[in-house]
Ligand binder design. Structure first.
Ligand code: PLP
Length: 445
């Protein structure tokens, strides 16, 4: 890693954001507190947002955008939804954090357990990373084994053992993807290609007695949207049960978004049983730092203070965050999911039609109302497929949409997210921007 100062790009069309980025770059590495926000994949100046309301964001220059990131999922009801805002205000007025148990965390835990049938108990944490980290520790504690299997292209937060995604050979022990991850930590991780059961079978045949858990995204959303192939999840369940390993279904992104019970609600229940542990985040925090892991009661019973697996958090179950999450989950009515489906379908169909009209190769893939536009021909089954796309075309498409007031995720390897607040005005605004963006995608610069 070089210690050179960050060169900050500036553009004239977003002067206030450019000025904030320059200041940020002096005190925050790269000017951002999470790397994807830095626009490295698309170039240009990230927009610093000043406010959000419903489907719209307003940046520091006062320019408005239809938001197709929705904070990477949490803002399922739209920004500053009145019911969530009221719940947050009420909770905050009672105090911000007690360092003792409080009622809101019980209500949120009950809401999660009520929605996802195999989840008998949950522990609340503050981020998806903490949820997966704790689930892995618990799985290791339960099985007395150390090795974890993950799939290339699946993101489970920045847990040391789960950052590895390089190397897709059968049972190849992975090298870390990030500096600072000990070889020993990445060395406890086996990375396999997604949607490849024979590879998992081979890994279990070779090291089954060492494997504590297989962790998978219930439907992959962090290499773009790549749903599990038919039978893949059943195969994961069958193999983990055969070999005494746990299956951790990471629903941090899909949970409460793909359906009221997440991707599990679309694909489950399964003939081969249920995932042993689930992880949640994003939607269940309603835009606040709240996440959870949960599952089988006999596994969860190993957590401190009941059991020997230590896990803790000063702000875990924070009463304000819990209130925001609860109000969000309660606001996710069947009508909300219907609206998400309608809006996402309308936007994806229009994007596909305009890209086709401009002769831009593309493939759209779905998990519930989550979808991605891959700039390539042909289905994407795994990370290698996902990487085989025209990211330059995406970059041109992205910047055209941005300049027309539509904020897409700034990477070709992401899902697009909509909210129930995306009304016809917002959808029409997106539709109006698509033809020029498709032409830009078709025109190499
Ligand atoms: C976002 C995400 C995480 C990490 O959550 P953070 O709150 O960013 O730590 C983990 N797993 C999946 C599937 C995610 O999409």
């Amino acid at each position: 890693m070089s210690s050179q100062p960050v060169t900050v790009q500036t553009t004239t069309d977003a002067p206030a954001s450019a000025a904030l980025l320059a200041r940020a770059g002096a005190v925050i590495p790269g000017g951002v507190n999470s790397p994807v926000r830095a626009f490295r994949a698309v170039g240009g100046t990230p927009r610093f947002m000043a406010s959000g309301s419903g489907a719209w964001l307003t940046d520091a220059d006062g320019k408005r955008y239809v938001d197709l990131i929705c904070s990477w999922g949490p803002m399922i009801l739209g920004h500053a939804h009145p019911d969530v805002l009221a719940a947050v205000n009420n909770a905050a007025a009672q105090g911000f954090s007690f360092g003792t148990p409080s009622e809101n965390e019980v209500l949120l835990a009950e809401a999660i357990v009520a929605r996802v049938e195999p989840v008998e108990q949950v522990r609340l944490v503050s981020s998806g990373t903490e949820a997966t980290m704790s689930a892995i520790r618990l799985a290791r504690g339960f099985t007395g084994r150390d090795v974890v299997v993950k799939f290339a292209g699946c993101y489970h937060g920045h847990v040391d053992a789960l950052l590895a995604s390089a190397g897709s050979g059968v049972a190849t022990f992975a090298l870390p993807d990030s500096a600072g991850v000990p070889r020993s930590s990445a060395g406890e991780t086996i990375v396999l290609p997604y949607n490849d059961l024979p590879a998992l079978e081979a890994a279990f045949a070779e090291r089954g007695h060492e494997i504590a858990a297989v962790i998978t995204e219930a439907a992959a959303g962090n290499m773009g949207v790549v749903p599990p192939a038919p039978g893949f999840t059943e195969g994961l369940l069958r193999l983990t049960k055969e070999h005494g390993a746990l299956l951790v279904s990471d629903e941090v992104m899909t949970g409460f978004r793909c359906s009221a019970s997440g991707f599990y609600g679309l694909e489950g229940p399964y003939a081969a049983g249920a995932p042993d542990l689930f992880t949640f985040g994003k939607v269940m925090g309603g835009g606040f730092p709240a996440a959870a892991f949960g599952g089988r009661a006999d596994v969860m019973a190993l957590l401190a203070p009941q059991g020997p697996v230590y896990q803790a958090g000063t702000l875990s179950g924070n009463p304000v965050a819990s209130a925001a999450g609860l109000a969000t989950l309660e606001g996710c009515t069947p009508a909300v999911y219907e609206r998400l489906d309608t809006v996402s379908r309308a936007i994806a169909d229009a994007a596909s039609a305009e890209l086709a009209a401009a002769s831009v190769p593309h493939t759209i893939q779905w998990a519930g109302s989550m979808f991605s536009v891959f700039f390539r021909d042909g289905a994407v089954a795994n990370y290698d497929d996902a990487k085989d796309q025209d990211t330059a075309a995406f970059r041109r498409f992205f910047h055209s949409m941005l300049s027309q007031g539509v904020h897409l995720p700034p990477s070709a390897f992401e899902s697009w997210f909509v909210s129930a607040a995306h009304d016809d005005e917002a959808v029409n605004h997106v539709m109006g921007a698509l033809p020029a963006a498709a032409r830009a995608a078709a025109t190499p610069d």
